[in-house]
Design a protein around this ligand. Structure first.
Ligand SMILES: *Cc1c(COP(=O)(O)O)cnc(C)c1O
Length: 441
């Protein structure tokens, strides 16, 4: 912590000098919103990327007539390949990332009225799956420096009703797994890593999604590995993988023929198709190379943005040895931009040809949450006094502030050149030089 602070101070001092020098040059060109020439006119790299490799893979499945995992070998092959790639003992492919999480909660036996610890800074699916179990999401505030769950605050949220912890590796960088896993071990709680944004991300050299009891991935269209829709579960447990398999297959276990109608449990149909699996195999041939490009561009962009006062790129925990960069995230501190509101900053940035988003809203404050928790199904497991206790406990002030300051770039923007990164920094500097005028405009 101390070395981090002193490095920050040092960078702060260095950046003042850099701004003055570069700032003077930039002032010449007006922001696009004020009638100047945009920094960029070409689009960022398109997503997804594909060619005849994908065409061939999909046609092969089509022509085989084997479109269901029970008839073909594609899903089995993908599961083996993804397990090998990540170092997990087992992989189960699923219809999507939401179902991967849902299957894990079922396999772990989370029951109505149980509490599940979650971060408020995540995609809504992380919370929805908890509600689908009629379990209660307990939010632990965000570490605004990293955008990840503040793992130091997890222990205080544990009660006798807690049955699982779902850390999310948001943006593809890692939650502080040393702390999460230590507290989970101490309280004998299972950990489901939501690694839906963290393909090839690492914690101390091990792949994200392989450190918890289970890890869940999404292959939805925006994700770094994409089959339109798709998902996967990783686990080292022989027992859990069979429970997950049965649940995802209407309670039917692995069997020799499709005529075996014996059941292990109740279940669902959340299977992946052969088409999805063949597309994933093709996309996987590009995954490492794309990840390496994002590594390089992401690190370069951070070195440029760190020099701009009021731009705070998300810090990465020391244990995170590889950031998957699903999102490039930073905080925008408007005090350094003449009070220019974030919405106007984003508008000015888009006008420069740099698409950017303001990201998630505070999930713990979503009105649908309280509605769901007061529904008839929840009233059966959660008396009104528990609902009001829940409301009191679920304050996440750091996350509230983060949601007002956050800015994101999407992963495909990191697939281009160093010049692209320089143009992002250039556009932000330009906006900063004219922030007062933009605030008035
Ligand atoms: C995408 C995502 C999910 C859900 O995955 P789907 O494949 O869209 O169902 C869950 N959690 C996080 C953090 C995600 O980004």
């Amino acid at each position: 912590m101390a070395s981090h602070l002193s490095r920050r101070k040092f960078l702060g001092a260095a950046s003042t000098a850099a701004t003055t020098a570069i700032g003077a040059v930039r002032v010449a060109e007006k922001p696009a919103l004020l009638g100047g020439k945009p920094v960029r006119s070409e689009p960022f790299p398109a997503w997804p990327k594909f060619n005849s490799v994908e065409e061939k893979a999909l046609l092969e499945v089509l022509r085989s007539g084997k479109w269901f995992r029970g008839y073909g070998q594609q899903v089995n092959r993908f599961e083996q390949a993804y397990a090998r790639l990540t170092g997990a003992r087992h992989c189960l492919a699923t219809a999507n990332g939401t179902s991967a999480l849902f299957i894990c909660l079922n396999a772990l036996g989370v029951a109505p009225g149980d509490e599940v610890i979650v971060p408020p800074y995540t995609f809504v699916a992380t919370i929805n799956v908890v509600l689908l179990m009629h379990a209660i999401p307990v939010f632990v505030d965000t570490d605004p420096e990293t955008f990840q769950i503040d793992a130091r605050k997890i222990e205080a949220a544990i009660t006798p009703r807690t049955t699982a912890i779902i850390p999310v590796h948001i943006g593809g960088s890692a939650a502080d797994l040393d702390t999460v896993l230590a507290v989970a071990r101490k309280h004998k709680l299972p950990v489901i890593e939501d690694a839906c944004q963290a393909h090839l991300g690492e914690w101390r050299g091990r792949k994200l999604g392989t450190l918890g009891d289970t890890g869940c991935f999404s292959f939805q269209a925006s994700k770094n590995l994409n089959s339109g829709e798709g998902g996967a579960i990783l686990t080292d447990s022989d027992e859990l993988i069979e429970r997950c398999y049965a649940f995802h297959n209407n309670g039917r276990g692995r069997r020799a023929t499709s005529y075996d109608f014996s059941y292990h449990s109740s279940g669902h149909n959340l299977r992946m198709t052969e088409f999805q699996a063949s597309l994933l195999m093709a996309q996987m041939t590009r995954l490492e190379e794309q990840a390496r490009t994002r590594d390089q561009n992401g690190a370069y962009l951070t070195s440029l943005l760190r020099e701009i006062p009021g731009i705070r790129p998300a810090r990465v925990y020391e244990g995170c040895t590889r950031n998957a960069y699903h999102l490039y995230m930073f905080r925008y501190l408007k005090e350094h931009f003449a009070g220019l509101p974030r919405a106007k900053f984003l508008k000015a940035l888009r006008a420069e040809g740099i698409p950017a988003s303001d990201g998630y809203r505070p999930l713990n404050r979503e009105p649908f949450l309280k509605q769901t928790l007061s529904s008839r199904a929840f009233r059966a497991v959660m008396p009104p006094e528990r609902l009001s206790q829940w409301q009191e406990r679920n304050q996440c002030p750091e996350n509230d502030r983060l949601c007002e300051e956050a800015v994101w770039f999407t992963q495909n923007m990191l697939l281009g050149t160093r010049r692209d990164m320089e143009q992002i920094a250039e556009a932000i500097r330009k906006i900063q030089s004219y922030a007062a005028e933009l605030a008035k405009a």
